[in-house]
Write a protein that binds this ligand. Structure first.
Ligand SMILES: [Zn+2]
Ligand SMILES: [Zn+2]
Length: 146
């Protein structure tokens, strides 16, 4: 899907939810849509400052909080970075496949895995707040190169 179509879809989703997709939120969304893999908050800030010189770290974090809350992005804890969700309309629990060579992040969206994790945790009387799973390895492209 092209970036402009993604943006269109995101705008519509916000409209339906009655939440504001502000200019900054749109810009951060677009930067992540253009990115190859994930981007850190400070990379995003540097990019944002090219068009908005007044942008500060809180500007970025507020926009990222919004995008996270509404399921547009996933946080990649192990990279301390963010990646656009490839099917954000679903607001799902993701499993992320992270390439340690090129930094590419792919998603799997398996409810079977999510359910298994939640059930296993229940047996330990553990309540999961953040069920995203991050798996590290080597992506298809990088396997071809080496
Ligand atoms: Zn996703
Ligand atoms: Zn790779």
């Amino acid at each position: 899907m092209s970036d402009s179509l993604l943006l269109e879809q995101a705008r519509l989703l916000c409209q339906n939810k009655g939440v504001r997709f502000t200019a900054v939120r749109e810009q951060v969304f677009t930067l992540l849509a253009d990115a190859n893999g994930s981007m850190g908050a400070y990379d995003l800030l540097t990019q944002l400052q090219k068009t908005d010189a007044k942008a500060k770290p809180p500007t970025i974090y507020r926009a990222l909080d919004f995008l996270l809350e509404h399921g547009f992005v996933h946080k990649v804890e192990s990279q301390n970075a963010y990646v656009l969700c490839s099917h954000f309309a679903e607001h799902h629990k993701a499993q992320l496949l992270i390439c340690d060579q090129c930094g590419d992040v792919q998603e799997i969206n398996s409810t079977a895995i999510s359910k298994a994790l939640i059930n296993a945790a229940k047996q330990k009387h553990f309540q999961i707040v953040e069920p995203t799973i991050e798996a590290h390895g080597v992506c298809e492209n990088c396997q071809k190169v080496s």
